[in-house]
Each structure stands twice: as C-alpha cells, then as structure tokens.
Design a binder for this molecule. Structure first.
Ligand code: SF4
Ligand code: SF4
Length: 452
C-alpha cells in the first residue's frame, strides 16, 4: 500500500552484491546467554568513562559507562548481573565489560507512558527520557555520524525501515508484532525535529502495508539505497538539510519500548551470516550476546568476524560480541595465501566487478567474499570504476588524491562530507585502495577539529 504524498528516490549508481551466506527468514529464539560483553572502545567519537568496577552488582538498565565529554550520553547494562571483568586495550581504552547474568538483581524502572501520554510530552521531556533511559546514544547527526547533541534542533530525522547492506536483518521480520513500539518511537522523534522522514524500500511491500500512514519516502535500488546519507542526498532541498539526524529502525522500536514499558529494552533481532557460518539465520537475543553463544559452531582459524555489517561493520574477533546497536555478525574467510595463477581459474565463487571471473556471467550465483587481497595495495590505474558505484556522485579517485595531498578545501569541494562511508568504492577498486577508510578517517579528523 502506498501514499500519494511519498517522495520517490532512486539511487543511480549502485552495485548489486550477491554474497553467499544469506540468513534464512524465520527467527530463532536463543536461550539467554550466561554472560554479556559490551565493547566501549568500538564506539566512534566517544571517550568512555566507567560508572562501574569489577565485582559490582548492576541492574538491567543501570549505567555502565558514559561519554566523558558529554556525560548525558549513557550506556546501560542490558542484563542484571555482576561485572566479572573489565578489559583494557592499548592506551587504557576499555575494550570489554563482561557481566555475568543474574536475573535476581531486578531492573531499573523508568516512567512508563501510553501513546496518548507521549503525545503530551514536550521536547525537553523526551530528551530527558531518552538520556536517562540510555537510548540518546542511538541518535546520530550527519554528516559526521557522531552522536547527536540534544541542545541542537536538527532540520529533520531520517528513519529507514530496513537496511539493505547484504545479510542485514529483514525489516518485515523485525517489525512483525512491533507496530505499537515503532509508532511510539516515531512519535517521540517528532518531538525532537520539525520533520521525520520515514523511508521504506520500494520492494518491501509488507513494511509499506504495515506503516503506510507513516512512510514519507520510498527508496529504490540496491545497497546502500537505505543509508541515511544516501537518502539525504536524494531528498535534501538546501545545504541546511545536511545536518539531519538519523536513527536505526530497531533503535526506534527500542525507544518505543522504553517509553511504553519504562524498562531498558535489551532484546534485539540480529543475523548471523557469511560463508563460514554453517546455518546463516535470524536470531532473537539480547544486546551484548557473545558470538560463541549465538553461533552453534564457531569457525576456528582463518575467520574474520565483522560486527554490524559486511561493508560498514567493525572488525572483531571470535571472542567478541554483538555490542550496542549492532544487529549482525558476519564470518568471512581470512585467507591470505596467494593462489597460484588465480587469473586463469574460472572463479565461479568469487565476486567480480570487472568480469574477471566466471561469476560475473552467473548473475544469480552468490559469491563468497573473503578478506584475501591477492596481493598488496597498488597505485590507482585510473580505471574510473569507483565513480560508477558511488551512490552520492562522488569521484572517489580524485577525492583520495586531494586528501593524499592534504588539500582539505579541495576534498570538501569534491564532496567529502557527502560520503556515505558505504565501502563500495573500496570493494570494487582493482588496486585495493582503501578509499572508504581514507574518507572516513578524514571526516573523523574534521569532526575532531570542529569540536576544539
Ligand atoms: S564510500 Fe566510496 S562509494 Fe561509498 S559514498 Fe563514499 S565515496 Fe561513494
Ligand atoms: S577504482 Fe581504484 S584504480 Fe580505479 S579509478 Fe578508482 S581508485 Fe583508481
């Protein structure tokens, strides 16, 4: 079902990624894990300050740590239990907080509301409820994708009902039975900004049917057509719109749960997928679940774990977990051996943008992604492939050159701040240049400079 007032956007440049290891549709309910592991060091732009120490008892919904620079940005315990370990990395960054689950400790209770009473709340009250409840952290501001500042009123908030990065959770599965929660969450967001863009993918008829009265934008095209930066590129009217906020739809559901129940919502629907996962599937579990609990069989050696997304996720290890706002773990092959005469092999299982391998002639065939670069980084060969896949019309090869020459003005003119950090240019670059990492690092540097 569609509404006539919807904006329509189509991502002109995209590249269809058909990766092996697609999760099955049904959701498997996991047994509760005995331990949860949260990873403060994985949070970009944040200086975590501990609110607990080893041995402390914590209730579900209690503060574990907060941002030293902005103490109202809090991170909560997803379970009740005892802090069994706090692990530090280089320069004393907090790599992991481990909580041994003990349900007898009770939960932190916040005020509970109805849809009608949320309607009566003003902006300051919503800000306070989300900060106190530990979900303000889920609101991010473009173009830097840092946590939003509650003292700023953004031009709009973008909520994409889905994520079409390969092997992300299916929006219709996640949203099933969550009508009241997503509506309560969107109602709260409407108190924070004059406009909330609710975006559904054109092919997702189930979500369109369920939330037809809320949806304002239809997006079409493959990944990353549901990325907030790409959506903004398609709908923005003026440069003032560039500072829009966004929030993942599962986090909007959780905002609704927090407001309606008063309890910190730690349940998530996630996928476990990738070529090394024996049974790729959707799971219903809790924030902080260790991989070893979620995966029936943990791939051992030569495996790369990515938490959050095949192209946009963070690198983790087999000891890792699904930390805050991470809804997928992918396990890829970490092979580095050179394949003898690999250009002469048919490569039916290999992803191929340049039609180098037979897989390019098999459009329906799913390819096995791996971390193997088959050699080192080479110089740009000016093949012009990267602009062809960029969803926001950037010329990545020239942008990288400007940054290499430390020409920040030139990089801004070339659209650095529009970069959606989608990873496609890096993925297809035949010279293996880590274009996305270069752009992401430059944006983070600019953000830090803008904060001093
Ligand atoms: S990561 Fe590359 S392809 Fe993606 S938006 Fe940025 S420049 Fe374009
Ligand atoms: S894809 Fe790589 S090699 Fe080709 S133009 Fe872009 S940066 Fe250069």
């Amino acid at each position: 079902m569609t509404t006539s007032i919807c904006k329509e956007i189509e991502v002109p440049n995209h590249y269809s990624l058909a990766l092996a290891g697609i999760p099955s549709d049904g959701i498997r309910d996991l047994d509760p894990p005995k331990q949860c592991v949260l990873c403060p060091s994985a949070i970009p732009f944040s200086k975590p300050k501990l609110a607990v120490k080893e041995g402390d008892a914590v209730q579900k919904g209690a503060v574990l740590f907060y941002d030293k620079a902005r103490p109202t940005i809090r991170y909560m315990a997803p379970v009740s239990g005892y802090v069994s370990a706090i692990e530090y990395g280089p320069r004393r960054v907090i790599d992991a907080i481990r909580i041994d689950v003990n349900d007898s400790l009770g939960v932190v209770e916040n005020p509970a509301h109805t849809e009608a009473s949320i309607q009566e709340l003003d902006r300051d009250m919503i800000v306070s409820l989300l900060e106190t409840g530990g979900l303000w952290r889920t609101l991010k501001a473009l173009p830097f994708r840092a946590i939003a500042s509650s003292s700023v009123v953004p031009p709009s908030i973008i909520v994409a009902l889905g994520d079409n990065e390969p092997h992300s959770p299916s929006a219709s599965s996640v949203l099933a039975g969550r009508d009241a929660e997503i509506r309560a969450g969107i109602l709260a967001l409407k108190k924070l900004a004059p406009t909330v863009h609710v975006v559904a993918h054109r092919s997702d008829t189930s979500t369109q049917h369920m939330l037809s009265d809320l949806i304002t934008v239809h997006a079409d095209g493959d990944f990353p057509s549901l990325d907030p930066g790409v959506i903004l590129h398609g709908i923005k009217q003026t440069s003032d719109d560039n500072s829009a906020w966004y929030v993942q739809y599962q986090d909007v559901i959780r905002m609704g749960q927090l407001l309606l129940t008063g309890e910190y919502p730690s349940e998530i629907v996630a996928v476990i997928s990738g070529p090394l996962v024996k049974k790729p599937e959707h799971i219903r579990t809790i924030e902080g679940v260790p991989y070893k609990h979620a995966l029936a069989q943990l791939p051992s050696a030569n495996a790369r774990y990515l938490s959050g997304g095949v192209y946009t996720g963070r690198l983790s290890t087999r000891e890792g977990s699904l930390s805050y706002s991470e809804y997928a773990v992918h396990v890829l092959s970490e092979r580095y051996e050179r394949e003898l005469l690999h250009f002469f092999m048919p490569g039916a299982q290999k992803p191929s943008y340049f039609r180098t391998f037979v897989s390019a002639l098999l459009p329906k065939k799913q390819s096995e992604a791996s971390a193997n670069l088959n050699g080192g980084v080479r110089a740009c060969i000016a093949c012009s492939a990267c602009p062809d896949v960029c969803p926001v019309g950037i010329l990545p090869q020239f942008l990288a050159k400007a940054l290499y020459n430390n020409d920040i003005e030139g990089a801004l003119d070339l659209g650095l701040l529009d970069c959606a950090e989608c990873g496609l240019c890096s993925h297809i670059c035949p010279s293996k240049i880590e274009l996305t990492a270069i752009f992401k690092e430059a944006k983070q540097r600019l953000y830090k400079e803008s904060m001093v």
